[in-house]
Design a protein around this ligand. Structure first.
Ligand SMILES: CC(C)(COP(=O)(O)OP(=O)(O)OC[C@H]1O[C@@H](n2cnc3c(N)ncnc32)[C@H](O)[C@@H]1OP(=O)(O)O)[C@@H](O)C(=O)NCCC(=O)NCCS
Length: 207
C-alpha cells in the first residue's frame, strides 16, 4: 500500500501524536513538515491495511517502529513525501526512497559507486544520471535491510547492478563485504526505480 502525502499532511505537525511531535520538537520548520507528511502518510497507509491510528515511534538509527504484523518505509524530499506499508506475513521489510532528479554531485560519485559498478552501467537514463539512481536505490535497499541486521552499512559494502532504461528499471544488490551481516538469511536483494523528470523513486522489498 502506497500513500503520497497530501497538502494537509505536510501542514499537520500539530495533529501528530505526542510522541511523534516530540521527535520534531527541536527541529526546524522544514524537518517538522517532512516528519508530519511522512507519519501521516504512513498512518493513512496502515489504516488501509486495517490498522487503527497509533503513533509510529522511532527505533534505533531512525528506523520507524511499525505495528506488530506490519512493515513499511517512509521517504521525503523537496515536494514529495510518501510511505509504503505491507502485512509482514507477505513482505519481510520494505524500503522506499525519493530524491530530486538532478545529477549526483560529481564529488560524491566515488562514495556511492565503485569503479566496477560504474564500468557496468549502460547509457545514462534520460532525465537524471546513474549516480542519482544508484544513490536512491542503495538508500531504498538500506531501509529494507536495516530492520533485519540493525547495522549501518556503507554504500561501497554492497554491489549494485542497474538495468539500462530511459526512465525506469530494476536493480539487484548484493552484500559484498563479508563483515556485513545478511538480512533474513539473504545476501541478494532486488528492487525497482523510476524517474518522472522531477524525482527518482526507488523501492526494495525483502521477501
Ligand atoms: C536513513 C537514510 C537512508 C534516509 O535517507 P534520506 O534520503 O536521507 O531521507 P528519506 O527522506 O528518504 O528517508 C528518511 C526516512 O527514512 C526512515 N529511516 C531512517 N533511518 C532508517 C533506518 N535505519 N532503517 C529504516 N528506515 C529508516 C525514516 O522513516 C526517515 O524518516 P523520518 O525520520 O521522518 O521517520 C539515510 O539518512 C542514511 O542514514 N543513510 C546512511 C546509510 C546508507 O544509506 N547506506 C547505504 C547502504 S547501501
Amino acid at each position: 500500500m502506497l500513500v503520497v502525502a497530501d497538502a494537509w499532511m505536510w501542514e499537520g505537525f500539530d495533529q501528530l501524536f505526542d510522541e511523534e511531535r516530540a521527535l520534531g520538537e527541536r527541529a526546524v520548520q522544514k524537518r517538522r513538515r517532512e516528519l508530519a507528511a511522512g507519519r501521516h502518510a504512513a498512518r493513512a497507509a496502515l489504516e488501509q491495511l486495517g490498522y487503527a491510528p497509533a503513533p509510529i515511534a522511532r527505533g534505533t538509527h531512525g528506523m520507524p517502529q511499525w505495528p506488530a504484523g506490519a512493515c513499511g518505509s517512509i521517504t521525503h524530499c523537496k515536494g514529495f513525501a510518501g510511505a509504503v506499508v505491507a502485512h509482514a506475513r507477505e513482505v519481510r521489510s520494505l524500503g522506499f526512497d525519493a530524491e530530486q532528479a538532478e545529477p549526483l554531485k560529481p564529488q560524491l560519485i566515488d562514495l556511492i559507486l565503485s569503479a566496477s559498478e560504474r564500468a557496468a552501467l549502460g547509457p545514462q537514463p534520460r532525465r537524471t544520471d546513474w549516480g542519482k539512481v544508484a544513490f536512491s536505490c542503495k538508500e531504498a535497499f538500506y531501509k529494507a535491510y536495516y530492520p533485519h541486521a540493525r547495522q549501518v552499512i556503507d554504500f561501497l559494502q554492497v554491489h549494485i547492478e542497474l538495468t539500462s532504461g530511459a526512465d525506469a528499471g530494476e536493480f539487484r544488490i548484493e552484500l559484498v563485504d563479508d563483515a556485513v551481516p545478511s538480512a533474513a538469511g539473504l545476501r541478494r536483494f532486488e528492487g525497482r526505480w523510476l524517474c518522472d523528470g522531477d524525482r527518482v523513486y526507488s523501492a526494495c522489498a525483502v521477501l
